[in-house]
Design a protein around this ligand. Structure first.
Ligand SMILES: O=c1[nH]c(=O)c2[nH]c(=O)[nH]c2[nH]1
Length: 318
């Protein structure tokens, strides 16, 4: 450690040993800035609750090779910027991240892009005597909303999403017709529980109007469609249900270019109650937490160009 520090402090880039070792892709910033914005409209308050990550990409070679921090916008500064921007309101996670991306890429010449991520947590008003309270809230227990903005020069990729949307249906799901080999023990069924935690991310088409979309309204509608489509028809497999959910979202929202899913198949096994002298007509299940099937896919439009760099900002499918 001491040797490395001494070398970095004394060598210039020109003196860096020509050993063929170079710096690869890099990004840095502040992860998980927890910002809560209270908007005070008289006595009636509202809150926005975000977990924001800011990461810059650009010319940061000297910082890595020479210990020269002349280009390093401190991660502390990035955190402070998040809080300061929240002072003017958040609006939607996507709009907030777009503002941050525009700020960093326009304020520092060497910042060529970056990625900004947010999770946002929903709060409901506490109901008192049938009325939503002015300033007291209860965390709503459903999914976590997610957003990502990837900047590459002037381009912006906007990916919205959700995770942890746990859904279950007690019938209208089956799994038959799969190949059988010597290792197959699974019985075919046309009546099983189907349960999953939906993770989905959808990328907005990159046209000039993308910035003006009502991201909150679209979010609510996509969630509605996902839930309705999960239950709308018989599920021949989680794969088929995933595709139906994606297709319905794309059909209803031309502004969305593609949607990706990661969905565990949360198996519910019928318990054999015969040893206890009982029948079990699909009523008592063992909810297994592992292992689980993991079904992942993108649903996209024919002819749609792949935008791999946008998806690199998020791991795997989601
Ligand atoms: O919906 C399902 N898809 C599968 O690929 C699969 N595999 C399995 O064992 N059960 C199921 N269920």
């Amino acid at each position: 450690m001491t040797d490395i520090m001494t070398r970095r402090q004394t060598e210039t880039a020109a003196e860096t040993p020509d050993d063929g070792i170079i710096l690869g892709p890099n990004q840095y910033g502040k992860a998980e800035v927890r910002v809560v914005k209270v908007t005070r409209d008289g006595d009636r308050h509202s809150i926005e609750d975000l977990n924001v990550t800011s990461q810059l990409r650009g010319d940061f070679e000297a910082a890595h090779l020479d210990g020269d921090n002349g280009h390093v916008v401190a991660t502390d500064t990035q955190k402070n910027t998040v809080f300061s921007f929240a002072r003017d309101g958040i609006g939607s996670p996507e709009a907030f991240l777009l503002r941050l991306s525009d700020h960093f890429t326009s304020s520092f010449d060497w910042v060529e892009g970056g990625r900004w991520l947010a999770e946002s947590y929903a709060w409901d008003r506490i109901q008192v005597d049938g009325e939503g309270h002015d300033h007291s809230f209860v965390r709503s227990g459903q999914e976590t909303r997610t957003a990502v903005v990837v900047a590459e020069g002037a381009e912006r990729h906007i990916i919205a999403g959700l995770k942890g949307l746990t859904v279950l249906k007690t019938t209208q799901s089956g799994f038959v017709g799969f190949p059988k080999d010597r290792y197959t023990s699974l019985k075919e069924t046309t009546d099983r529980i189907l349960a999953t935690d939906v993770s989905a991310r959808w990328r907005y088409a990159q046209d000039a109007d993308a910035r003006d979309l009502d991201f909150n309204e679209i979010y609510a509608d996509v969630k509605r469609i996902l839930l309705e489509e999960f239950t709308r028809q018989y599920s021949a497999a989680l794969q088929a249900t995933l595709f139906d959910m994606g297709r319905a979202v794309l059909a209803a929202h031309p502004e969305i270019a593609e949607i990706r899913f990661s969905m565990p198949n949360k198996h519910h096994f019928v318990v054999d109650l015969e040893p206890y002298g009982l029948d079990n007509p699909n009523e008592v299940f063992f909810a297994s937490d592992r292992s689980y099937g993991l079904i992942e896919a993108a649903v996209t439009r024919e002819g749609q160009a792949e935008v791999a760099s946008a998806w690199e900002a998020v791991s795997s499918f989601c």
